[in-house]
Design a protein around this ligand. Structure first.
Ligand code: DOR
Ligand code: ZN
Length: 431
């Protein structure tokens, strides 16, 4: 029997509200016990004193680019970036080439992930064929093939009747629908937030209304259909009120926010850095303040990275021509844990937003330390400083707005099913 004893850390398990110094014992990949002074006989001992020991992070919104765009990322490199960022499970979006709108693509991703990725990977299938927003996919067949949710992320389903049918069918397969809320007409050629900054830079803007209108519409359609609606990457403060009211009404509406929307504003674009270009765009300080508060209050349920790798040569063009998206798996905890260091969020709440809540919403394994369950664990130092250079990262791409900066909050080690897959000094451990 293989035994690992993670000794003396601050064990944070939001699923049971546990926050105490304790040992965590893993046996044959499963959580065997949590408690004081557990026996270490035959166990490999990991000293976690002064560190946080939490359930592995779960990212419900990443772009892993396989199949078809493996020059940006693949399931191996994306999986390595994930575990280096403390993530043990990922849900990958369907805007691949070909699109994941067919069970054969879902199956391909799962087969490859099993062989290549140190993190668990759960595909999100397209809601409409080719992400065109016109004809629904075969949701039951995709679910049977292993899809955990449905989304046209990257594109917005503009036809409300199509969206209604997607939501109706999602209730039959009992899976959440993830909405990318940006009105195509209002967004048009917008490349950043519409406001003072876009005017000053002379760049076409994308107003907050492009998001708010779709959040409002889709909440109404969730009410009409009874479906589980998950709102992807909320960027506008105005969306938060709509989500709050939907929850008060008892609708099955959940939402996520990215580390970049929690920490950066459109001011970051002042030097035309294409690594500040993503969809939806960075908004204003007022929006950031509202999003932070909403995450702390639980109106926004979880943090998701929207990890969106692009090659150097694609981003090294004029701002308007660059593709939307930034990578985020390896820096998410450092950026998000600022909320802890400022005193806005408690450690237990932060771990809930990064692990327990996303696992619950998407019904994935993980998100807690239940005895007998698979041991997906992250060991963290929330106060440790480290230098981040995207060129040294595990992702194939480097399009990060934080590259070259000193960050605070470091991943010490990551275990998937009890197996050490990442260690700060050694890097990704392959066996
Ligand atoms: O910034 C983004 N990048 N937003 C999206 O909706 C798509 C994503 C991508 O696939 O690159
Ligand atoms: Zn996305």
């Amino acid at each position: 029997m293989s035994r690992v004893l993670i000794r003396g850390g601050r064990v944070l398990d939001p699923s049971t509200n546990r926050d105490e110094t304790a040992d965590l014992l893993i046996e044959d990949g499963l959580v065997a016990a949590i408690g004081a002074s557990l026996s270490s006989a035959d166990a490999e001992v990991v000293d976690a004193s002064g560190r946080w020991v939490a359930p592995g992070f779960v990212d419900v919104h990443v772009h892993l680019r396989a199949p078809g765009q493996e020059y940006k990322e693949d399931l191996a490199s994306g999986g390595r970036a994930a575990v280096a960022g403390g993530y043990t499970a990922l849900c990958c979006m369907a805007n691949t080439e070909p699109v994941n709108d067919d069970p054969s693509v879902t199956q391909f991703i799962l087969d490859r992930a099993e062989k290549e990725s140190p993190a668990r990977i759960f595909p999100i299938a397209a809601a409409t064929r080719g992400l065109k927003g016109e004809v629904m996919t075969e949701m039951a067949a995709l679910k049977d093939a292993g899809a955990v949710a449905f989304s046209d992320d990257g594109a917005t389903i503009m036809d409300a009747a199509v969206m209604r049918h997607v939501l109706e069918y999602s209730t039959l397969v009992s899976a959440p629908v993830v909405v990318h809320a940006e009105d195509c007409g209002l967004r048009a050629g917008g490349v950043m937030n519409e406001g003072v900054m876009s005017t000053r830079l002379g760049l076409p803007g994308n107003p907050v209304e492009s998001e708010e209108i779709h959040v409002a519409r889709d909440i109404r359609l969730a009410r009409l259909t009874g479906a589980r609606l998950h709102i992807g990457h909320v960027s506008a403060g105005g969306s938060v009120e709509l989500i709050r009211r939907a929850k008060e009404e008892g609708l099955a509406v959940t939402a996520e926010v990215t580390p970049h929307h929690l920490s950066l504003t459109d001011e970051a674009t002042q030097n035309f850095d294409t690594n500040t270009k993503m969809a939806p765009p960075l908004r204003t300080q007022k929006d950031v303040d509202i999003l932070r508060r909403a995450l702390v209050e639980g109106v926004i349920d979880c943090i998701a990275t929207d990890h969106a790798p692009h090659a150097d040569y694609e981003k090294a063009v004029e701002f308007s021509a660059a593709p939307f998206g930034v990578i985020g798996l390896e820096t998410a905890f450092a950026i998000a844990s600022d909320l802890y260091r400022t005193g806005e969020i408690t450690p237990l709440q932060l771990m809930e937003r990064m692990s327990t809540a996303p696992a619950r919403i998407f019904e994935l394994v993980g998100g807690g330390f239940e005895v007998g369950q698979q041991a997906d664990v992250v060991i963290l130092d929330p106060d440790q400083k480290w230098s981040y250079d995207a060129a040294d990262g595990f992702s194939k791409s480097r399009n990060s707005p934080w590259s070259g900066l000193e960050l605070t909050g470091r991943i010490e080690a990551t275990f998937v099913q009890g197996r050490l897959v990442y260690q700060a000094e050694k890097g990704v451990v392959t066996q």
